[in-house]
Design a protein around this ligand. Sequence first.
Ligand SMILES: [Cu+2]
Length: 369
Amino acid sequence: MKLSKYSISLLSILVSLATYAQEHDHAQMLRDQAGHDHTRPDSHAPISVMAEHSHSEGEWMLSYRFMSMDMEGLRRGRDGISPADAFAANYTVAPTSMSMDMHMFGGMKAISDKNTLMLMVPYLETEMDHAIFPMASPLIGLNGGASRFTTNSSGWGDLKAGILHTMWQEDGRNVLIAGTIGLPTGSIGEKGIIPGPGGLIDRQLPAPMQLGSGSFEFRPTVTYNSSYEDWSWGTQASAIVRLDDNNHGYQLGDSFTTQAWVSKPISHSLALNGRLAYTYTNQLSGTQTGVGQHPPFARSRDTVTTAFSKNYGGEMLKAAIGANFVFNEGRVKGHRLAVEIGLPIHQDLYGIQLEADWTLTIGWQLAGR
Ligand SMILES: [Cu+2]
């Protein structure tokens, strides 16, 4: 199922690209021999899209993105459910909300007009709130029968290094491919204080609270950009393929994203943009070492939804609006600022999981030579 979904989405993108490229009237195209005019605010895609623009030989770029993600409430498939529904499904603990703040530091360096090297490293801060099955609370022995608890983790995530190649470019349009490798530099041994028999215990946190995937990853992307005199658009297909099981006995599901965006400059330094992104993520495989599946005081019950592989993955369609700003004058010439806010418009999740809420991305970029 996974492979067919990947290939159908990829195929439909390639067919639409080819059709578009053939049919479009070239006279309308912006004549841009360099292929990429960095002074236009819409020469970069919405800020949360990666590996969508190249640089010319000798050019470098530094970037910083702050991404804040919020998840609130449980969902089974497409339907919102309550913690009580999760307890009725035999779980003893249900997550109720999660937030993740990511600081993403990036660098690009063009080694030729056609090839650009990329490096990215994230710093993560996560927090998850949980509700406890009321009948289990006294068994756990929490003071006053506490019904909630919170876990946290923070630290550096997985380093990503890649190369971006311009396959084709003509008249303000281009096709870029990138191959990026994700290295398991982020910790997957994060622990937290959770309720256990007789009180609070220090235990391995489930996968969503870990800072890395723990696996080597291949992250390919194909991007098509097209710019005209007064607007531009682009589309990208990307995948995350986990190459091995991590040393905690599991592997996060592979994921595939296909997305498209349009940008409209409203002045020579400000562009507004809109984006739609569909992501399919496969279920987790394996069993997370150190994350208990059955409470010692009630072996017939299940612990928490996030301990089980079946409660991972699914599909999401997200819509986002944003703005890109480029300073074209003065001492800050060349600096770019951008913001984007995303909201899911469709989610169909495996098992029982927290549902995604809004995403905010704020970014800064500076290119030079
Ligand atoms: Cu760049």
